[in-house]
Write a new protein. Structure first.
Length: 252
């Protein structure tokens, strides 16, 4: 790209005559290389916008390449992303597009995402939501996720959603005492939930989600998959809606 723009400034070089040809630096003498380099440098100093243009094009190409890799990752892992058989499903279960969220209860941006996702689901009405428990911020995160998953196993999906919402609002340190207070307040069987937290089933579920995240090259929360698109990081509802509309347009 830079050489293309630089070509007009290089036409005065004695080694170039007639139509501009592709340059082969290996055929140049040291003096010719020095002259060529000086001409290129002079042109770039006089036209620095060329460098910015080249950088922008490179960044665009890199972004497009990364987006394509993400699409391929989504396609290769679609069954486990959208229909793993254990993750909680909300929104419109019959929706024409699925939003998958990898989240951590101790993640500030995950908490910020709660009203945005709720606004999206309410405004659109045709989006299926899948929550992936992905505790990556220390033992407190793991404890919270084990409690939420155990609640689902013991008391069902509705109880899980209640605990999920409560944990995202909880500002203290999770402990058996504080978690019991949450479940007691919701009228749940705290003893059964606490007993199930360290079960093999709960451990396997969290480990499967971690393995999926690793395959998807997800290292932070929140991370979303919306239809065929991977979205790494927090996004407001209006941007999520725009992406959903784009995915639907692609699907015809």
């Amino acid at each position: 790209m830079i050489l293309r723009h630089a070509a007009p400034a290089l036409l005065g070089l004695s080694l170039i005559s007639g139509p501009v040809q592709a340059l082969d630096l290996s055929t140049m003498s040291d003096a010719e290389k020095d002259q060529f380099g000086a001409q290129v440098r002079e042109y770039l100093l006089e036209n620095p916008e060329v460098i910015i243009e080249a950088i922008n094009i490179l960044e665009q190409r890199n972004a497009e390449a990364e987006a394509q890799v993400d699409k391929e990752l989504v396609a290769a892992n679609s069954d486990e992303l959208f229909n793993d058989g254990y993750s909680w499903v909300g929104g419109n279960p019959e929706g024409d597009i699925t939003l998958v969220e990898f989240m951590d209860y101790r993640c500030g941006y995950c908490r910020r995402a709660v009203p945005e996702v709720a606004t999206l689901l309410e405004a659109d009405g045709n989006i299926r939501l899948v929550i992936k428990e992905f505790p990556i911020l220390g033992e407190a995160s793991v404890l919270s996720s084990r409690f939420a998953v155990a609640t689902k196993h013991v008391a069902g999906d509705d109880a899980y959603k209640q605990v999920h919402d409560a944990l995202l609002e909880f500002t203290g340190e999770p402990s058996e005492v504080s978690l019991r207070r949450i479940s007691d307040g919701l009228g749940l069987d705290s003893d059964a939930i606490i007993a199930a937290m360290d079960s093999e089933q709960v451990t396997d579920e969290i480990n499967q989600t971690r393995a999926l995240a690793q395959r998807m090259q997800i290292s932070g929360t929140p991370s979303f998959v919306l239809g065929t698109e991977m979205l790494r990081g927090f996004l407001p509802a209006d941007q999520l809606q725009q992406i959903a509309n784009g995915v639907r347009a692609e699907q015809g």
